[in-house]
Ligand binder design. Structure first.
Ligand code: ZN
Length: 110
């Protein structure tokens, strides 16, 4: 519920700034390793958005797999585990670029 309330607070703040009457839709970027379960969050959002500007808002979820850039061969790869080596060159110097985020990427108000 904490995350859902936080999203509602941010979205309502943006909507008020725009002078909007309601929030029509939003897209959330959720990484597999963010610790957020998309369907649980979707349900929590429905609950907290009752009688707010966000009521009946369409929530789209952009789910991201963990993605790394190899510091040695500079190629991108996805991994199941933080300790997996680069599948292209076997290096362990991968730097995570996506997969643990939890943010609002788009917000449509009207
Ligand atoms: Zn590599």
């Amino acid at each position: 519920m904490g995350i859902a309330s936080e999203i509602l607070r941010i979205a309502e703040g943006e909507a008020k700034k725009e002078g909007a009457g309601r929030i029509a839709s939003m897209t959330l970027v959720i990484g597999r390793w963010s610790g957020v379960e998309p369907e649980t969050l979707r349900f929590a959002l429905e609950v907290v958005s009752k009688e707010t500007l966000m009521e009946n808002c369409e929530v789209k979820i952009d789910f991201r797999e963990p993605t790394f850039i190899c510091a040695d061969c500079e190629r991108e790869f996805t991994a199941e585990n933080r300790l997996d080596p680069c599948p292209h060159c076997g290096s362990y110097a991968g730097e995570m670029t996506a997969g643990d985020e939890m943010e609002i990427s788009t917000l449509e108000v009207e």
